[in-house]
Design a binder for this molecule. Sequence first.
Ligand code: FES
Length: 105
Amino acid sequence: TRVLFVAPDGSEREAMAEDGHSLMETALRHGIDAISADCGGGCSCATCHVLVDPVWVDRLAPMNETESLMLEFVEDRQDNSRLSCQIELHPLLEGLRVILPSGGG
Ligand code: FES
């Protein structure tokens, strides 16, 4: 599944994701520095925060309570904020586009 990471400066990076992997794992494999994922996908660090392209927000599986709680620690949380370790990739998400937060960490 092909996904797109958009840096705050507008530059786009395309990445091929293995289905069943999370968006966070895909970012790490492709050296996307803005995602440090300190907790390794345990939904307990919020350093894998991304902003989902509004077109895609409703096509993702809804967030669970833990993710929503963790997002409260994110300073620049927005309506389309998600934790990328909680987004599992599958073929229906082909072309998914997410924006990397500018704050970093
Ligand atoms: Fe820590 Fe996602 S990697 S919350």
